[in-house]
Design a protein around this ligand. Structure first.
Ligand SMILES: *Cc1c(COP(=O)(O)O)cnc(C)c1O
Length: 372
């Protein structure tokens, strides 16, 4: 399994997560770009990971010419989809190559995002690689568009196209060491899991099969949903039992009382119908606390947890400050802890309220982080 730490470890801090993941056995990490790859290398060294224990690092978004020097210097393995990307690498490495440059080729099997399409474009690319011994095709990968759909027709089509691409590749005598596909949902999607399909395919080439997990490592999962008319095992629809890795806490700055009829926050959207006790927290949308969690007098949306009890957000979430309702709580004082995300409130709750997915909530968190 490749452990994805892109987008600053899904908001958890790649510099914190990468060394932990390597200590627990990750041999591959996935980052977004060369700059992030360099940061992760540095964090690993600073955490005492020695050169011999350094993992392979896959740069999952394609690279441009200006990234080539960093890819080489930091021993990062780029995902490539075009001949040009490999030419930039060779140009940057000119005269300094001790061993062939290892790349992973992404095949676009139907997501139409990143990757070379099968058929003629793939033929051209494979022929070019065959003629350039300084490039080593270390891995071949694809990405599923609908991994969280059990029995997905689109995933089936993507599998078929990937199998065809592998046949095409074998025709050029290329022997990658790794075949990889599938994200967290493809793993969660149990009985029809990606590895069960990928392993025999990899074996036919003498390669190893790998999946790439991000979200699940941080303790979240998308709901697995059936394709309409799905008749496969219901067991495949069971959500994995995962626990969120991150707890986000803030400390109460002030506590005060307001009388009925007072308004709270920008634009006075919250009107107190009764006397209330309010606590002020030093968090806001600049930290990643979504503004959609704001409440009006009619609609309570977001909340934090104080001493295990819900404290609803009152009025608008501002840039760096948020007011919560602690009326009826036992004694709340400055310095008390409020759980913004953690026990009793998850990134999925925030996502549901904000009309997005837990990924976006997590990636948006920008606060100092500490490993506990
Ligand atoms: C982000 C990403 C993953 C990981 O996805 P999760 O759903 O977080 O597990 C895997 N592969 C590719 C190509 C990605 O971009």
């Amino acid at each position: 399994m490749l452990a994805v730490v892109k987008a600053n470890g899904y908001g958890h801090g790649a510099a914190l997560c990468a060394p932990e993941l390597v200590r627990t056995g990750a041999e591959w990490l996935g980052v977004t770009d060369a700059v992030e790859g360099a940061c992760v290398r540095k964090a690993l060294s600073e955490a005492g990971v020695r050169a011999a224990q350094q993992p392979r690092i896959l740069v999952m978004s394609g690279s441009l010419e200006e990234d080539a020097a960093t890819l080489l210097k930091e021993d990062l393995t780029p995902v490539v989809a075009t001949i040009q990307q490999m030419e930039w690498m060779l140009e940057a490495a000119r005269g300094r190559l001790i061993q062939p440059l290892r790349v992973h080729l992404e095949i676009d099997t139907g997501m139409s995002r990143q990757g070379v399409t099968t058929g003629a474009p793939l033929d051209d690319l494979l022929e070019w690689i065959r003629l350039h011994p300084d490039i080593s095709l270390d891995g071949v990968m694809t990405h599923f568009a609908s991994a969280e759909i059990a029995g997905s027709h689109q995933s089936m089509e993507q599998r078929v196209r990937f199998e065809r691409a592998i046949e095409q590749l074998a025709g050029y005598g290329l022997r990658p060491a790794w075949l990889h596909a599938g994200n967290s949902s493809a793993i969660d999607n149990g009985a029809e899991g990606t590895l069960a399909w990928l392993r025999p395919l990899a074996r036919s080439l003498g390669a190893k099969a790998m999946v790439r997990s991000g979200l699940a490592l941080y303790g979240y999962a998308l709901e697995i949903e059936p394709e309409p008319g799905y008749s496969g095992s219901l067991g495949a629809l069971v959500r994995p039992r995962l626990e969120p890795v991150m707890t986000w806490k803030a400390r109460v700055l002030e506590v005060h009382e307001i009388a009925a009829g007072e308004r709270v926050g920008y634009n006075g959207t919250f009107l107190a119908e009764r006397a209330m006790r309010l606590a002020l927290l030093p968090v806001g949308y600049a930290d990643g606390l979504r503004r959609e969690l704001s409440s009006t007098a009619d609609t309570t949306r977001g909340w934090v947890m104080i001493s295990g009890r819900r404290a609803p957000i009152v009025g608008r979430v501002s840039m760096n400050l948020t007011v919560v309702d602690v009326t009826g709580h036992d004694r709340v004082e400055p310095k008390d802890e409020a759980v913004v995300l953690g026990e009793g409130v998850t990134a999925e709750d925030h996502a549901r309220i904000a009309g997005t997915i837990s990924y976006e909530i997590l990636c948006g968190i920008k606060v100092p982080r500490r490993l506990v």
